[in-house]
Design a protein around this ligand. Structure first.
Ligand SMILES: NC(=O)c1ccc[n+]([C@@H]2O[C@H](COP(=O)([O-])OP(=O)(O)OC[C@H]3O[C@@H](n4cnc5c(N)ncnc54)[C@H](OP(=O)(O)O)[C@@H]3O)[C@@H](O)[C@H]2O)c1
Length: 323
C-alpha cells in the first residue's frame, strides 16, 4: 500500500480506502463482508469509512463492522483509521435527520454503541442540510472531539460557499478539519470547480467517494446490467437509467486506454484521481474480494502520459456523461 499525509496533518491514509455504504448491511452475506474487510486490512487498507445510515437496514453496516472487528481484528484497533458520519435520515422524528447539534450528538453515541468502539478516528458532518447554521454543526463536531468521542473531524459534500467558513470555525477552535469528502470520478468532476483547491489551501486532506461511479467505471456494465450488480439490486443506489448508452460507450473507449496501460478500467479510473497529489485517498466500494484485489493494484501505476490524459479528456468532454 502507498500512504499519503492527510492534508497538513501528521496522520497518513492509505491511498485506497474501503467504504461500507453498500455490501455490508443485513441484506448482504456476512461471510463475504468479513472476507472483504480482513483482506483489505491484510493488504494495507487500514482506513474504513462508515456512516450511521449505511445498511440496509440503516445502522447494520456499523453493527456488522463491529462484529467483524471483534471476531477477526480485535487486537489491531490502533492500526486502523475508522470513520463515521451523521447528517442523513437515520431515525424517525425531527431529530433523526439533518445537521443539528441534537442529531450529531445522539448519532455519535448510537454509532459508538453499534460498532462497540470507544472512539472514532474521524467523525464527519455528512452533509449541509440547507437550514442548520454551519456554526451549530461545526461546534457540535468540536465538542465531539473535546468529549473524546472522535480524534479528528471532517466535512462531506459541503457547498463551496460554506466550505471556507467551516474550515475557519474549526481552525479557530484548534480542531482543524482533517479531511473533506466529495464525490469525484471521471464522470463527476464538480470538485475541480473549486472545492479541491479550497480544501488544499486550508490544509484539509481530500478523499473521493464513488471513484468508480458506483461501478460504471469498471468492466461491470460493459455488456449489459448483470444480475446482482448494484444497478440490478433493489437496494442499490445506482439507477438502471444511469447506466446510459453514452456512459457505457465511453467506458468501453476508456477501457481500451486502460488495456494499453496494462490496467483494468477500474485501476485506471482510480489512478486518474490519485495522479493529483492533493487527493489523499479514494474510498472504494467492493462486493467481492476479487474486486477489492483488482482495485488495490491501481497503485502500481499512478502516472499518465500527456497523450493518455488528452485521449481521456477527449472521451470525457461530452456533458451527458456527468452526473
Ligand atoms: N459522503 C457521502 O455522502 C458518501 C456518499 C456515497 C459513498 N460514500 C463513501 O464512499 C464509499 C464508496 O462508494 P461506492 O461504493 O459508490 O464506490 P465505487 O467504488 O464507485 O463503487 C463500488 C461498486 O462498484 C463495483 N466495483 C468495484 N470494483 C469493481 C471491479 N474491480 N470490477 C467490477 N465492479 C467493481 C461494485 O458494484 P457491484 O455491487 O455491482 O459489484 C462496487 O460495489 C462508500 O462505501 C462510502 O463509504 C460517501
Amino acid at each position: 500500500m502507498k500512504f499519503r499525509f492527510c492534508g497538513r496533518s501528521g496522520v497518513q491514509m492509505p491511498v485506497v480506502s474501503l467504504g461500507l455504504w453498500h455490501n455490508f448491511g443485513d441484506v448482504d452475506d456476512f461471510k463475504v463482508a468479513t472476507d472483504i474487510v480482513v483482506s483489505a486490512f491484510d493488504q494495507g487498507i487500514c482506513h474504513f469509512d462508515l456512516a450511521n445510515n449505511y445498511g440496509p437496514a440503516p445502522g447494520s453496516a456499523e453493527t456488522n463492522f463491529g462484529r467483524i472487528l471483534r471476531n477477526e481484528l480485535a487486537s489491531h484497533r490502533d492500526e486502523m483509521l475508522i470513520t463515521s458520519k451523521a447528517g442523513h435520515e437515520m431515525w424517525q422524528g425531527v431529530y433523526g435527520d439533518g445537521s443539528s447539534r441534537k442529531n450529531l450528538m445522539a448519532s455519535i453515541n448510537q454509532s459508538l454503541k453499534r460498532t462497540g468502539l470507544e472512539y472514532f478516528d474521524i467523525f464527519y458532518s455528512h452533509r449541509y442540510d440547507g437550514v442548520t447554521p454551519v456554526e451549530e454543526t461545526m461546534q457540535a463536531l468540536i465538542d465531539i472531539v473535546r468529549q473524546g468521542k472522535a480524534l479528528y473531524v471532517g466535512i462531506s459534500k459541503y457547498p463551496l460557499d460554506l466550505q471556507q467558513r467551516c474550515y475557519d470555525i474549526l481552525r479557530e477552535a484548534k480542531v482543524p478539519c482533517l479531511v473533506s469528502q466529495y464525490r469525484y470520478s471521471m464522470y463527476d468532476r464538480k470538485v475541480e470547480g473549486g472545492a479541491l483547491k479550497c480544501a488544499a489551501d486550508n490544509g484539509s486532506g481530500v478523499v473521493a467517494f464513488s471513484p468508480l461511479a458506483q461501478g460504471l467505471l469498471t468492466d461491470r456494465y460493459l455488456n449489459g446490467i448483470p444480475e446482482h450488480s448494484r444497478a440490478a439490486r433493489e437496494t442499490g443506489f445506482l439507477q438502471k437509467g444511469q447506466v446510459s448508452e453514452e456512459r457505457v460507450a465511453a467506458s468501453i473507449k476508456l477501457n481500451e486506454i486502460a488495456k494499453k496501460r496494462g490496467q483494468s478500467l477500474a485501476q485506471m479510473a482510480l489512478a486518474w484521481i490519485l495522479k493529483d497529489e492533493r487527493m489523499t485517498s479514494v474510498i472504494i466500494g467492493a462486493s467481492s474480494v476479487e474486486q477489492l484485489n483488482n482495485n488495490i493494484k491501481c497503485i502500481d501505476n499512478l502516472d499518465f502520459s500527456a497523450e493518455e490524459l488528452s485521449q481521456i479528456e477527449d472521451i470525457l468532454k461530452d456533458p451527458v456523461l456527468s452526473f
